[in-house]
Design a protein around this ligand. Structure first.
Ligand SMILES: [Zn+2]
Ligand SMILES: [Zn+2]
Length: 146
């Protein structure tokens, strides 16, 4: 990841924490850093394995709770679930997902015309849309090679 991105995301992190009276403890900071450093929409246990390297005493529960708190304060989003462990996404910009049905990898992609899709009127009437994301499903390049 570019260094400029790191600085902006850390500023966002401190900002959000301050706004929500959340202490930016070293453990929370490490959890956030590991998450923003991952491009693959990791689960809490993946993040836990990474954070544990620097904080051997940290529990899975703490990491999991921290991630859920991050999603509550709008610092990360929780990616659409399929009855699997929750997946977290540090990318707060409008983007779309390609999900591989074989390996469950979720890959970000950007596309201007998908960003501007029109919400059907009946959906607008019935529900409040907070986020527009297109999810394409199929077989990723790695699984296709096998
Ligand atoms: Zn795959
Ligand atoms: Zn994403």
């Amino acid at each position: 990841m570019l260094q400029k991105d790191d600085i902006t995301s850390m500023a966002l992190f401190r900002n959000k924490c301050r706004k929500h009276n959340l202490k930016s403890t070293p453990q929370r900071t490490a959890t956030y850093k590991e998450l923003t450093g991952s491009k693959d929409h990791p689960t809490a246990s993946t993040i836990f394995d990474k954070v544990r390297k620097s904080f051997p005493d940290i529990s899975f529960d703490t990491v999991n709770r921290t991630l859920l708190t991050f999603s509550e304060i709008g610092l990360v989003s929780v990616v659409e679930g399929y009855g699997e462990p929750k997946r977290f996404d540090p990318n707060l910009q409008t983007h779309h997902h390609f999900r591989c049905v074989k390996c469950n990898n979720i890959i970000d992609f950007h596309n201007k015309s998908l960003d501007n899709i029109k919400i059907p009127q009946e959906i607008k009437t019935l529900f409040t849309v907070m986020n527009k994301r297109v999810v394409l499903e199929g077989i990723c390049d790695k699984c296709r090679e096998k």
